[in-house]
Design a binder for this molecule. Sequence first.
Ligand SMILES: Nc1ncnc2c1ncn2[C@@H]1O[C@H](COP(=O)(O)OP(=O)(O)O)[C@@H](O)[C@H]1O
Ligand SMILES: [Mg+2]
Length: 488
Amino acid sequence: MKIELVNIHKRYGAVVANEGVNLTIAAGEIRGLLGENGAGKTTLMRILSGYTFADAGRILLDGVEHHPSSPADAIRAGVGMLHQDPMDVPQLSVLDNFGLGQSGGLYRRRRPMLASLEHLCQRFGFKLDPEAVVGSLTVGERQQLELARLLALGARTIILDEPTTGISAPQKALLFDALKHLAQEGLSVVFVSHKLDEVQSLCDSVTVLRKGRNVGELEAPFDADGLVHLMFGQQLPAGARPVVPIDGGALEVRQLSVRDHRLSLDGVDLHVRRGEVLGLAGLEGSGQQLLMQAIAGIVRPRAGSILLGTEDLAGRPYGAFRDRGVALVPAARLEEGMIPGLSLREHFALCHHCGHGLVLDWPAADSLTREQIAAFHIVGQPLTAVDKLSGGNQQRALLALLPAELTVLLLEHPTRGLDVSSAQWIWSNLLARRERGTALIFTSTDLDELLQYSDRIMVFSGGRVSAPVDAPTVTVQELGYLIGGRGL
Ligand SMILES: Nc1ncnc2c1ncn2[C@@H]1O[C@H](COP(=O)(O)OP(=O)(O)O)[C@@H](O)[C@H]1O
Ligand SMILES: [Mg+2]
């Protein structure tokens, strides 16, 4: 089925998710949709499949304008979407889930439904027990079931949103074979991904989204350098690095294992020197945050050492890290960094322990706050509530609240969402700390920022970590490959 998306616009409040996107997919084509986190891929596909609506733009299916009013409406028109997280009903059996959305209700027409399921499974080599409870299936099996269900409902376009996260290699091979088969039969497939090798092995063509826009399309065989270039943009010349003596160890991490409910990092080794800037690259959620939280003492590692000087702090409480000069500036400034509703003055009073015991010395807090407002160029008054500050001023305030001397300063996305001049100011402040010997470790999804400010860069991909690479010599291509999961 031919799909045409014309000039699609979609905003969420101030966030522009899609901005004038045009996309045409021919019948029988497997189209890759590539882009970094937040590029607008899922939003665009949700619009096409009836899960949300565009603010403006047109959708044509086989040349006929049709704006799906719901997922059921989209599937009636032939468009079905497999979501990143399974949307099935885990308590029901495979067969009952397969029947969802089919006319005739849950318990009627079991026999034809069974025949149809078995036929589809046979066709694609899926091994699904019709009576098994869906909650007991693997992610890969649930995906097979969902694909079979959409096909039984008459889908002629299949959209898959990052379908290979959490499935096994054999399941992935089976899925890719099934998609190639379907394309040969004239179905259209949209394969949303950020993994270059998968797009290269599966897709006939690829569209790259960046910041909500279609920034380019390529036909197979893909020039991988071209893909990386489209995804991440041009490389700026590396910034002039201040000459800072990098000497002595600030932090050493040995064989660290740490996990949260989604992800585990294992056997991480890392040595950061005084005055060094280490950039952590990778798509969000690849393990960078977890490592930073472990180094800051917020998340307790399962194994390994975190050495500050000669002292191993692994397993010690957060306060032990703080007392030795380790601080983390979180990405969620208002949720984790500051207290909404409290003023700047209250924040400075709390952080700098103005006064004695429970009695706060407000005049002292006031003069400290005024000094810091001036020193950090914060646009605000001592009594301004922090949630009333702009993003750039919140970030300045967070830096102003940190102790003046730190051993290791960890920052999540220090300039995300800031305008260029605020971002420059933040970096000049950070680099001044670095000159005083503080080791800086920061995450960013902006490759230019990573290359410009880091001495070394480590790349994270799905919980795997690269050895640090030297920022002055690495190319944007090499980084792009590592971020896309190659060579790790
Ligand atoms: N339901 C929503 N509410 C608010 N913002 C959203 C919503 N869905 C997506 N966004 C925002 O829109 C942008 C694009 O998101 P998304 O389409 O999920 O990107 P991708 O799938 O490429 O990672 C992001 O900035 C995201 O935070
Ligand atoms: Mg997405």
